[in-house]
Design a protein. Structure first.
Lengths: 500, 138
């Protein structure tokens, strides 16, 4: 007696269709699971046997069962195959009857508890997307994953609490509960720091506004206690909310990384990931025997904040260079190659040489190519005590700045309509030529500055992109001389002679 | 089928063998009450011995049963404690021996029946379930 069911394995962010074949012959009672499963897959037989008994089924003796997870050359990881194996066993033992044509259109994912209830599994959203692509009509997931699966329209989701509940649905005795996709705005938390609370630092605030509008990288350099960390946290509030597509992208990464809670099935707030300087290179870019996403992918479409940049080991900073340029990270291991998205706004903070050690030491840690990728470098000056007085009027609020950022983003979207771009930082060299045309006065200013500052070709283009964002913020169609001048101002020397 | 059961052995037998024999009789009656057919008792299978060979019609399997007996019920001192790892391995070896020699292609399993104070206290089915694949081919 044989049966076949469908499930999905995760490789990076994509999913591969897995056929779970279950066959039983008379012989010595045992379950053998083949098809390159890890220990969790092998242990599935113990869970399944106990869960079937707890669900009220007599487990027949004297049957040698073989479970084959095909294709056999893909590594199967985790307990997500418990549910298809259990259903397969019930079918080969003739304990339930489901027409084969109905089974062909159902995919199963779920971990079984010993009492027959279904437990949370990872990567449900990528599986639901793959399900729709494969043309499978129904996806069965544990109840806690139901809302996550329901994010994908066009497929029917069954999210039972227990194996017994699922079986009564399959038999047609009960109708599955309708699962509504999570309402927009459910998972949005208020940002902690408002710009109105940050006194002084007008130049730094302006730079962060430009960064938020165009997605440019920022390096904050300043004396200890000048408010670098506070400014970085306030940046969170002026980033426009994620669009539906972006939210789905981010949620997929979190689903694979098993960081999605059932209360918040859709991530709608831009991620803000703070990395400590003791973090390893692999933890930042991702990796592992079976490659998983790192901090840079978890910060996708959001902010990656590196505090105390000068304390990071040089090798850790160097691994960031390539993903910062490509906005995705490809991880290669013996098991295979996977690509994760890594479109981040990098915010770094450091103490300048006069506080954080010698110029020589810092330059050894932070390479010139890394500094070159910092579009906006700001010297955060200490706030005069006069500005900290309580009776001073509060500064501009986050809401006001967010309004301007939104305006600038709308202008960018209108300009890039029909192109695979959404922000100024994503422009390629050819796009820069199209969208960042300069007048002769601006052209000569930029040329002079480039010579004086020893700008690299990349630096030159980055200045143009920042100038484009500044023009967008001021509502100007073309890039004027003041915009170029302001953009150049953020290429300031912070005590490290980067040109040398 | 009861004819196949051996007549009581000639006395005098040591006490522990008498207890064991009684236990096996109780276990046989228990299995029969469940609808099992007793195919044989105290079979020699090469080096090993099977206490009861039975047929379970519910699952259509041959059952190789080992009976462990205590004459009295005693809270912590249960009969199943007497099934050592070695004994279990021997049971499985004997059963496989039988299956191979007979060319039996149906299902089979090894059970443990515990008798204490004149009653069956425990019936553990499929002793070999969940063993590692490599160790199963002994």
């Amino acid at each position: 007696m044989l049966t076949q069911l469908t499930s999905f394995a995760t490789i990076g962010l994509s999913c591969e269709r897995i056929t779970v074949e279950v066959g039983a012959v008379a012989g010595e009672g045992a379950i053998t699971i083949v098809g390159l499963g890890d220990t969790a897959v092998q242990e599935s037989k113990q869970r399944v046997r106990m869960a079937l008994r707890s669900s009220g089924y007599r487990y027949p003796t004297g049957r040698a069962v073989t479970v084959n997870l095909a294709p056999a050359d893909i590594k199967k990881v985790g307990p997500r195959y418990d549910l298809p194996i259990a259903i397969g066993l019930l079918l080969v033992y003739d304990l339930i009857e489901v027409p084969p044509e109905k089974l062909k259109n159902i995919a199963f994912l779920g971990e079984l508890a010993l009492d027959g209830s279904l437990r949370h599994v990872t990567s449900v959203l990528p599986a639901a997307i793959a399900c729709r692509k494969e043309g499978i009509e129904t996806l069965v997931v544990p109840a806690v994953n139901g809302a996550e699966a329901a994010l994908v329209p066009g497929i029917r989701i069954i999210a039972p609490d227990t194996l017994a509940e699922l079986l009564s649905i399959l038999k047609g005795e009960r109708e599955p509960a309708q699962i509504a996709p999570p309402a927009a705005g459910a998972g949005r938390a208020a940002s902690g720091v408002d710009f109105a609370d940050v006194r002084g630092q007008e130049q730094a605030k302006r730079a962060l506004e430009i960064a938020a509008a165009g997605g440019h990288n920022v390096l904050l350099s300043g004396a200890p206690g000048s408010g670098k960390t506070l400014l970085a946290q306030a940046l969170r509030g002026i980033l426009p909310p994620l669009t539906r597509e972006e939210a789905l992208e981010v949620t997929q990464v979190y689903s694979v990384a098993n960081l999605l809670s059932s209360d918040v099935p859709l991530i709608e707030e831009r991620p803000f990931r703070t990395v400590h300087h003791t973090a390893s290179g692999v933890s930042i870019v991702g990796g592992g025997q079976i490659p998983g996403p790192g901090e840079i992918s978890l910060a996708h479409r959001g902010v990656l904040f590196l505090d105390e940049l000068a304390e990071f080991p040089p090798c850790v900073l160097e691994v960031l260079r390539q993903p910062l340029e490509d906005r995705r990270i490809t991880i290669t291991r013996a098991q295979g190659t996977v690509t994760f998205p890594a479109d981040v706004l990098l915010v770094a903070a450091m103490n300048p040489p006069r506080f954080g050690g010698s110029v020589h030491r810092i330059k050894r840690r932070i390479s010139a190519p890394f500094l070159d990728r910092m579009d906006l470098t700001i010297d955060v000056l200490s706030v005069p005590v006069e500005d900290l007085r309580q009776d001073r009027p509060p500064a501009e609020s986050t809401a006001t700045i967010l309004e301007r950022v939104r305006g600038a983003r709308e202008r960018q979207e209108a300009r890039f309509a029909g192109l695979p771009l959404s922000t100024n930082k994503e422009m390629h060299v050819r796009d820069v030529r199209t969208f960042c045309a300069l007048g002769s006065a601006s052209e000569s200013l930029l040329r002079q500055a480039a010579e004086k500052l020893h700008l690299s070709a990349r630096g030159y283009h980055r200045v143009l992109k920042v100038a484009r964002t500044i023009a967008d913020l001021s509502g100007s169609v073309s890039i004027e001389t003041p915009h170029i001048a302001e953009a150049l101002q953020y290429r300031q020397n912070i005590g490290l002679d980067t040109a040398a | 089928m009861m004819d196949a059961i051996l007549p009581p052995p000639v006395s005098p037998l040591p006490d522990h063998l008498i207890t064991g024999n009684r236990g096996e009789q109780i276990a046989c009656r228990f299995l029969q009450s469940l609808g099992y057919r007793i195919l044989g008792r105290n079979l020699r299978l090469a080096k090993d011995e099977v206490d009861i060979l039975a047929w379970d019609p519910a699952d259509a399997v041959v059952v190789f049963a080992e009976v462990k007996t205590r004459s009295r019920m005693h809270g912590d001192y249960t009969p199943e404690l007497n099934l050592t790892r070695q004994k279990r391995a021997n049971m499985i070896r004997g059963a496989r021996q039988w299956v191979t020699r007979r060319g039996w292609e149906g299902g089979y399993r090894m059970d443990l029946l515990c008798v204490a104070g004149g009653n069956v206290t425990e019936h553990i089915k499929e002793l070999s379930w969940g063993e590692e694949q490599g160790r199963r081919r002994c």
